[in-house]
Ligand binder design. Sequence first.
Ligand code: ASP
Length: 441
Amino acid sequence: MALKVCKFGGTSMADGHVMNNVKKIIDSDPDRRFVVVSAPGKRFSGDIKVTDMLYKCFKDLQSEGTCKTAFSEVRKRFESIVKELGLDFDMAKVLDETEARIDIEKSEDFTASRGEYLSAVVMAQLLDAKFIDSEDVVFFDERGRFDDTKSYKAIAAATEGCKKAVFPGFYGKGVDGKVKTFSRGGSDISGAIVARAVGASVYENWTDVSGFLACDPRIVESPKNIKSLSYKELRELSYMGANVLHSESIFPVRKANIPIVIKNTFRPEDEGTSILPIAQYKPSGNIVTGIAGKKNFTVIFIEKSHMNYEIGFVRKVLSVFERFGVSVEHIPSGIDTMSVVVESSQLTGFKLEQLLECIKSETEPDFMRVSENIALIATVGHGMSSSIGTSARLFKALAEAGINVKMIDQGSSELNIIVAVKNEDMEKCISSIYREFFGNN
Ligand code: ASP
């Protein structure tokens, strides 16, 4: 029998009305047995997500010694949800206990995690399902990384013989026994973890859009839907800013070849996007699957004659970045040149100057140049490697749009072509590439 794990994001939990839709979706398919939920998100533009309210609670707790006022907003949100749903259980007691524990724990992660906790408590009541606290089944190791072996075992044990269960997303427990969260948007990862642990046949990720689009709809009007993409394409696109799904969420499911389907809670009949292992993936016939971009990178260009003969040159340069704790995104290189691309947010204060000083003194380059405010645009698709002339088309389109390309990097996987342009050219760059490969839409 098929077994589905469904994760519902913040907008699917925003109020009682949508939570009732979630219940209908789950009840309509008996295979939908395990549910992972986010904290209530925005109900309208300008509204505040519960997780953001909770981060404010922690701030107040630190600065004023209490978060009573800030927590009262969280309380109101959940009380109105429970009232709207007409549930008959003591939510006030759960909220009191939560507030008291926030006070005792005095931890940012613990406070932030309570949105998911409370959401899951309510959802379990609504579905008449078992509530499984992620604190008891999702674990991190001593280096703060997700501990897969321990967690999969605990989830499998907790769900054994269980017909229906609800898990809060976003958090687990560290080796110190304290609640620890994933990065923002991390309930997607929690959903994938549960899917893997229970051996799901599919991981349904329910959100407020009908899947992935070929590019950002704020840049191109009504871009094409992507019906299916491979794990690898998803990774490239979501890492580069297509933020339908957390980019880390494929790792747990990929190993077990569990497909992910992105579905829309508000339009459940829409097909959505399937993310599949390469063996199950059927190319759409399009050369390009999608285009995504991200702003604010810094490129450090280094030139030195005979760099290629100098054994250890690249290592010396990269070890400087390592020492400064700066992670590197791309390293396109030539015979006498190399560029190192990093996210600008990592180079605050004097870090950039100091880093450049160290590179200069340790590698004695002939020339160095720094370009800031750079955007990276990834054009992604398995179809690109087998189709001759793809890069020619891409660069011709950019040339015709008058865009100055500062750097090119064709990933070693032949799955993507990355171009670097000035931040202000990013939108134009994406729309030109889109027009070239998807028509004049
Ligand atoms: N509620 C958390 C956040 O806002 C996690 C999630 O929604 O996935 O980041």
